[in-house]
Design a binder for this molecule. Structure first.
Ligand code: NDP
Length: 449
């Protein structure tokens, strides 16, 4: 066997790459991790973590408004964007340090710089070439910006976390996770938000009842939601931006943000040149063991465009490290992966939507409950919670659980375990509720809809 400099060379220190590197190192492998930007990748620096901190910040607006019904007089609240960003940046810096220590304590070497594949077993970085028995590509994804005139005047989520000041008016383009989350953030912090989406409902792929309910809820909050609409050009005008729509109408704004999907970061570092096959979208083609078309090169996370979620990238990286170095070969089960959207109100899902279940199963039973949460009986807020179970009528198994309403992500995480275990509707029914909670509705729905 040839002598390599490393057993495992990981390109990209995001959530997936760091997990793979750390676990491989604890299994005794000689590991190097190359990173050109920031430790922790998108999730830690310009994704999940800072996004959730901004969501928390924006939710105070609701809390102040809701307080009066409970007897509080809050006065006129004021908000300081630069204080929020400063505190957020300090927390992210702390996490960068945590990631660095995780790697070095496990014995992995961090190499800062832009790495390039230089063959099936070679990586070039900072002018030096290192050889490795296995190479892992974990370079994630990057925001996609539509090619329209003036697109360069717009920002993406990358820049949204570092704006010098909070805009008073924002146009957000897109109808996916990032678009609806940032619409809620900017709106909650006091900006006037226009959300422009080309489809006829937000969040394609989610259960239709949730998609429709979310549209209604965010409109009711005062977000100007324009469906079946597209921005065709952006121009600067009198110190503002002007977004032109397909119907030639215009929206004047301070900021335009594209949240129109992300593409795999697979170009410009020797991937194709090394013989690694990419699909039409530029994702690295991998087998279920995350192996690419080159025997010694693997890929995980957003780069492979399987399920683009941090916990999935982490699980893929962990499984790969266990397989290659831990004598424990395993692959990931992609069924019943839960996810949440931190919109306002938030929503979350696990398993199949009603439409997917109807395609897959002969008979499908649907249980639904829509209600005003107890808290809002006094706050006066007109916000409804919706919960829905999708059941395979033949086996009685719950194959989908969906919710829009406060704490949806926290609640669906628990239900995801039940679905993973194959729980039936009868077992949901036999479970005693916790009263008074919203979550108890999931075990008290008896009426098929
Ligand atoms: P999504 O793929 O979720 O959504 C992209 C949106 O942009 C869709 O509504 C799509 O419309 C629309 N779109 C795509 N191209 C164009 C275009 N040319 N013009 C107008 N609209 C367009 O991507 P996001 O950017 O929101 O997020 C990327 C990924 O990151 C997500 O898929 C998710 O996996 C992950 N993520 C997860 C989060 C979480 O778990 N909470 C939070 C944030 C991101 P259409 O539906 O018609 O295709």
């Amino acid at each position: 066997m040839p002598a390599y400099d490393y057993d495992f060379f990981v390109i990209g220190a995001g959530s997936g790459g760091v997990r793979a590197a750390r676990i491989a190192a604890t299994h005794g492998a000689r590991v190097a991790v190359a990173e050109e930007r920031y430790l922790g990748g998108t999730c830690v620096n310009v994704g999940c973590i800072p996004k959730k901190l901004l969501v928390y910040a924006s939710e105070f607006a609701d809390a102040f408004a809701d307080a009066a019904g409970f007897g509080w007089e809050v006065g006129a609240p004021t908000f300081d964007w630069s204080r929020l960003l400063g505190n957020k940046d300090r927390e992210i810096e702390r996490l960068n340090g945590v990631y660095e220590r995780l790697l070095t304590a496990a014995g992995a070497r961090i190499i800062r710089g832009r790495a390039e594949l230089a063959g099936a077993h070679a990586v070039r970085i900072n002018g030096a070439t290192f050889t490795a028995r296995y190479i892992l590509l974990a370079t994630g994804s990057w925001p996609t910006v539509p090619e329209i005139p003036g697109a360069d005047l717009a920002i993406t989520s990358n820049e949204a976390f570092h704006l010098a000041r909070l805009p008073r008016r924002v146009v957000i383009v897109g109808g996916g996770y990032i678009a609806v989350e940032f619409a809620g953030i900017f709106h909650g912090l006091g900006a006037q938000v226009t959300l422009i989406h080309r489809g006829d409902a937000l969040l394609r792929g989610f259960d239709d009842d949730l998609r429709i309910a979310l549209g209604e809820e965010i409109r009711q909050r005062g977000i100007d939601l324009r469906l079946k609409s597209r921005v065709t050009a952006i121009a600067r005008s009198d110190g503002h931006l002007r977004a032109t729509l397909e119907d030639h109408s215009t929206v004047t704004t301070e900021l335009v943000m594209f949240a129109t999907g992300r593409h795999p970061n697979s170009r410009g570092f020797g991937v194709e040149e090394a013989g690694v096959a990419l699909d039409r979208d530029g994702a690295v083609v991998v087998g279920e063991d995350s192996r690419s078309s080159v025997e010694s090169i693997f890929a995980i996370g957003d780069l492979t465009n399987r399920r683009c979620l941090t916990p999935v990238a982490i699980a893929e990286g962990h499984a790969l490290a266990d397989t290659l170095f831990g004598n424990r070969p395993r692959t990931l089960d992609y069924d019943n992966i839960p996810s949440a959207v931190f919109s306002q109100p938030p929503l979350a899902s696990v398993g199949l939507s009603e439409a997917e279940a109807r395609r897959r199963y002969g008979r499908v039973d649907i249980y639904k409950s829509a209600f005003t949460p107890l808290k809002h009986t006094l706050s006066g807020r007109r916000e409804r919670t919706l919960m829905k179970l999708v059941v395979d009528g033949d086996s009685g198994r719950v194959v989908g659980a969906h919710m829009i309403g406060a704490d949806a992500g926290e609640i669906i995480q628990g239900l995801a375990i039940a679905l993973k275990c194959g729980a039936t509707k009868a077992q949901f029914d036999a479970t005693i509720g916790i009263h008074p909670t919203a979550a108890e509705e999931f075990v008290t729905m008896r009426q098929k809809s």
